[in-house]
Design a protein around this ligand. Sequence first.
Ligand code: FES
Length: 208
Amino acid sequence: MTDEKSSSGAASEADGSSAPAAVSPKATVARVPAAKPAQATSQGAEITRRGLFSWAAVGWVGFTAAIGGCMTAFGRFMFPNVLFEPPTSFKVGNTEDFPPGVVDERFKEANGVWIVNNEGRLTALIAICTHLGCPPAWLEAQNKFKCPCHGSGYYKNGINFEGPTPRPLERAKISIDPDDGQILVDKSQKYLWEQGQWDDPSSFIEVS
Ligand code: FES
């Protein structure tokens, strides 16, 4: 009996007819590898999509930056930085507006000149120190122009007398407009004392 069972079992194992032997090693091997390619394909597709989105994001950022740069350039083209400077030629009024001895400061801030009536001549003194270009101040009590930067001083007629400046203030062209009789100052034309240009009749107006 025992021999039959053992021989029967041995026979079953031998011919592979028992239950555990129903799943063959070949079938297991065949199923597992079949799932791996599908998973790999899915992961590959996921990676590809991520890469696509990354490149799309980079492209979008680059596109946005390029558009922004173009808009900025266009804006600069349409609205350029313009330096608004006062006109070099302007009218200051009539000769009667400047009594003898006056240093008129009304045009210093906007136009950079003093209109001075001194010793029978009306002149337009340019309000720039001839040392290093600071704007001097007219000191009525001391009857002089004084530069705050390094202390240069000038008489009412513009001649320097103290401080480091090597030369007098400069004059602008001054004349009477024949159309309306007003005083016309033109800063584009200057007259320098050290070059003998203060004798030029365009550098002053004779007044009584
Ligand atoms: S800039 Fe006027 S004294 Fe130097």
